[in-house]
Ligand binder design. Structure first.
Ligand code: PLP
Length: 393
């Protein structure tokens, strides 16, 4: 699945893109902890404020460290513009409020991050923006959900926790045929494994908190896309409403991007080994991982992703009690809902991330009582396997 994305290869861009050395000649990117910038004269200040002269004014909207992160991520996703934000949630908020207005309609896949659903159904609804939810993989349901006032289709692929896939190219074509934008939350794959813009999507969202950081340290997010929608409209929202990424967090994410490709390959290799082992275990009734030939969308995963990512979910025979036994028997894996960390994490979706759904809604979403999700980290695979074997055996 390897391919050359640009004049420079992906790994070169991940390490080099966006850096502008200062007169100090520093090798590593500097952190600029400054809230404002000084002008040489009153006339220069006036020119900056009027927009006649480009340059920094105030770190709510531009900061050199944040800009380096934005330019590097834009290069990796193949977008013309990137706006960094304080969190993944504020990236989604900035995209929606930057590009939608009262009376608009949004169609989202049902299987999106829980807080994203709350943002759409509670806060966007208060602004008069209505959301419909459809099953991610059902193209006919997407077609049927589009109305004359639909402006945006929103997906995460692969989905959490069941690793269903959305066909990005087919959904982009559908969106464009109806004058809509396709927005893809690329948190699970990152550009190292999937480049939605290349497949026709208009906007990519990131929770940088996850794999872009990669070591569970900072909260942040980003929006990537074209110069008009992202560079002007989403940036305009950020500049005015202020969910700004701090320069320190931007610097941590920059360091994360430098090893992104290596980490995503290692996460994928560990996850495939774990999924293959789980599938053969008698206490496991089903494994959800796009890298397994038994996954119903394995061919689509191979076509639109460079590898299969680090999230593996599985059903344990014996329901909630058995699933909790597996979780409680672990000694290395962290019982926490975060993901995208070098440390492996384990969760029971039915009583945590999806605990607020009714039993019927959970059954509808395919979240069984015996379901366990592992975000596979970079520890030795033999130790991860042994940690799970303790409860499963
Ligand atoms: C975590 C997450 C978010 C929200 O990101 P924060 O950085 O926690 O605000 C959005 N989408 C997905 C898929 C996530 O996993």
């Amino acid at each position: 699945m390897d391919q050359e994305f640009d004049n420079y290869g992906f790994d070169t861009l991940a390490i080099r893109a966006g850096q502008q050395r200062t007169a100090e000649g520093e090798h590593s990117e500097p952190i600029f902890p400054t809230s404002s910038y000084v002008f040489a004269s009153a006339a220069e200040a006036a020119a900056r404020f009027s927009g006649a002269q480009p340059g920094n004014i105030y770190s709510r909207f531009t900061n050199p460290t944040v800009r380096t992160f934005e330019q590097r991520l834009a290069a990796l996703e193949g977008g013309a513009a990137c706006v960094a934000t304080a969190s993944g949630m504020s990236a989604i908020l900035a995209t929606c409020l930057g590009l939608l207005k009262q009376g608009d309609h949004l169609v989202s896949s049902r299987a999106v991050f829980g807080t994203t659903t709350v943002l759409f159904s509670t806060y966007l609804a208060r602004c008069g923006i209505e959301t419909s939810y459809v099953p991610l993989a059902d193209l006919d349901a997407w077609k049927a959900a589009i109305k004359p006032n639909t402006r945006m289709l929103f997906i995460e692929t692969p989905s959490n926790p069941l690793s269903e896939l959305g066909d990005i190219r087919a959904l982009a074509d559908l969106a464009h045929a109806h004058g809509c934008l396709l927005v893809v939350d690329n948190c699970f794959c990152t550009p190292a494994l999937q480049r939605p813009l290349e497949l026709g999507a208009d906007i990519v969202i990131h929770s940088a908190t996850k794999y872009l950081d990669g070591q569970g340290r900072c909260i942040g997010g980003a929006v990537v896309g074209d110069a008009e929608r992202v560079g002007k409209e989403v940036f305009g929202f950020l500049r005015t409403c202020g969910p700004t990424l701090s320069p320190f967090n931007a610097w941590v994410f920059l360091k994360g991007l430098e090893t992104l490709s290596l980490r995503m390959r290692a996460h994928s290799a560990n996850a495939l080994a774990l999924a293959t082992w789980l599938e053969a275990h008698p206490a496991v009734t089903r494994v959800y991982y796009p890298g397994l030939p038994s996954h119903p969308q394995h061919a689509l995963a191979k076509a639109q992703q460079r590898d299969f990512g680090g999230i593996v979910s599985f059903d344990v025979r014996g329901g909630q009690a058995a699933a909790w036994r597996v979780i409680d028997a672990t000694r290395i894996l962290s019982i926490t809902a975060n993901l995208g960390d070098v440390k492996s994490t384990i969760t029971h979706p039915a009583t945590t991330t999806h605990g607020r759904l009714t039993p019927e809604q959970r059954a509808d979403a395919g979240i069984g009582d015996g379901l366990v999700r592992v975000a596979v980290g970079l520890e030795d695979i033999a130790d991860i396997r042994a940690d799970l074997a303790r409860g499963l055996d």
